[in-house]
Write a protein that binds this ligand. Structure first.
Ligand code: PLP
Length: 427
């Protein structure tokens, strides 16, 4: 962060420097999450399911309840003070998100219900405009269902086809294949920044440059990227970036689609209703300006307020220290689990974030998860909404431990101890 230069001149008092964020202290940060203080089945909770949804700090919970206690009314249309306050809070959250993701213009930040809705919006507007019979939509094997099915629906409607970039056995995207598959019929590339099932981090900036050299726009699923990586959409060079509030310490029911203004301006609206219009007659409707053109109906106001609070909370942390802590946990957890006899890590890309997926001998992942739950350890088991990836890896499911900033080494030690119990039970 650059300090603002103090004004010069005889009357100017020296300006105090902006307070630097205190060095990241995971124990202190964890204490800000009330839910993590409880015991589960008589054991301290080791919450290792943040990739599905993260927990919320007190600051976010309080911001949402303060909003409802003091400021709530519908936005944009009211002349009364509460509506003005609610509008200021909602639009203020948009500005916070804009800054957080390095966007140039708050009008490019659309609020949605989450990543899924954001990706559907792009498919049904931008996608519909571009994709014709015989065209190709390029995806990767690593995608979550929400970055597959909307494109599949579009492809079926248009007579287009999905083309899929393969991964190697570690879960690393084959970039040479990606480059080869970017062909003359490719109308767009949609890919995840971080795999939710394996934790693989894709080199999105490099991939955007590759795609753009061939004139192909890139839609990035940032659902698992934004909680674990610093994100600057302009530096990444993507055309669209989608994410969910609830995976980055914000509430459920709120997400973001960022898109380049030139695309958003050219796209037709998606849903029709109040707020997305300037005027309506039975003969003709004139649409509202960005971002409202894509926000039909009463928006998730409290969700946006909570997301804004999550952004504030994250920005109040020593973010470099926080990400280093998460990385240390990933390394520590990987080492611990590697020592468990019979355990096989699934997803061993050199660049990973936030996720350790594995199998334990031939014990079914659901059985592993159930035994772990009795030990207070919350993990996710199954295909993680990435069935095509599971098929590629030749497995039906994995056990997935996923990390948040509030995790401590002790959570991973509880996981390793729980796995010993599983081993003894199923030996
Ligand atoms: N994309 C990825 C990579 C995800 O991990 C998820 C959720 O797990 C989604 C998309 C969908 O997010 P949401 O359910 O919040 O819309």
């Amino acid at each position: 962060m650059t300090a603002t230069p103090a004004a010069t001149g005889p009357a100017a008092a020296p300006r105090p420097a902006a307070p630097a964020a205190a060095a990241f202290d995971p124990v202190k940060v964890r204490a800000e999450f009330p839910i993590l203080r409880q015991e589960i089945r008589g054991k301290p909770l080791a919450f290792l399911d943040s990739a599905a949804s993260s927990q919320k700090p007190r600051a976010v919970i309080d911001a949402v309840s303060r909003y409802y206690e003091r400021d709530h009314a519908n936005v944009h249309r009211g002349v009364h003070l509460l509506s003005e306050r609610a509008t200021a809070a909602y639009e203020g959250a948009r500005e916070k998100v804009r800054r957080f993701i390095g966007a140039g213009d708050a009008a490019e930040v659309l609020f949605t219900r989450g990543t899924t809705e954001a990706l559907n919006l792009v498919a049904q507007t931008f996608g519909r405009q571009r994709v014709r019979a015989g065209d190709e939509i390029l995806l990767t094997t690593l995608e979550h269902h929400s970055n597959i099915v909307p494109w599949q629906m579009l492809a079926e409607e248009r007579g287009a086809r999905l083309v899929v970039v393969p991964v190697d056995d570690r879960g690393v995207l084959l970039l040479a294949e990606l480059e080869r598959l970017l062909g003359p019929r490719t109308r767009l590339l949609a890919l995840t920044q971080v795999s939710n099932a394996l934790g693989t981090v894709n080199p999105v900036k490099e991939i955007c440059a590759l795609a753009h050299r061939k004139g192909v726009p890139v839609v990035v699923d940032g659902a698992q990227g934004i909680p674990h990586l610093p994100v600057d959409v302009r530096d990444l060079g993507c055309d669209f970036y989608a994410f969910s509030g609830h995976k980055m310490y914000g509430p459920t029911g709120i997400g973001v689609l960022w898109g380049k203004r030139e695309h958003l301006e050219a796209m037709p609206p998606w849903q029709g209703g109040g707020d997305m219009i300037l005027s309506v007659t039975f003969e003709k409707t004139t649409y509202n300006a960005l971002p409202h053109k894509f926000e039909a109906g009463t928006p998730p106001i409290a969700g946006a307020v909570g997301l804004g609070a999550a952004v504030d909370w994250l920005q109040g942390l020593d973010l470099a220290g926080a990400l280093a802590h998460e990385h240390d946990l990933l390394r520590y957890g990987t080492e611990l689990l590697s020592r468990v006899p019979g355990l096989r890590l699934v997803g061993t890309a050199p660049e990973k974030a936030g996720v350790i997926s594995f199998l334990l001998g031939d014990v079914h992942p659901h059985d592993v998860g159930t035994v772990l739950d009795r030990e207070g350890v919350a993990v996710r088991t199954g295909h993680h909404c990435a069935q095509p990836l599971m098929i590629r890896l030749g497995i039906p499911a994995t056990v997935r431990a996923s990390l948040g900033l509030y995790n401590l080494r002790s959570d991973l030690e509880a996981l390793a101890a729980g796995l010993e119990k599983v081993r003894r039970m199923f030996a």
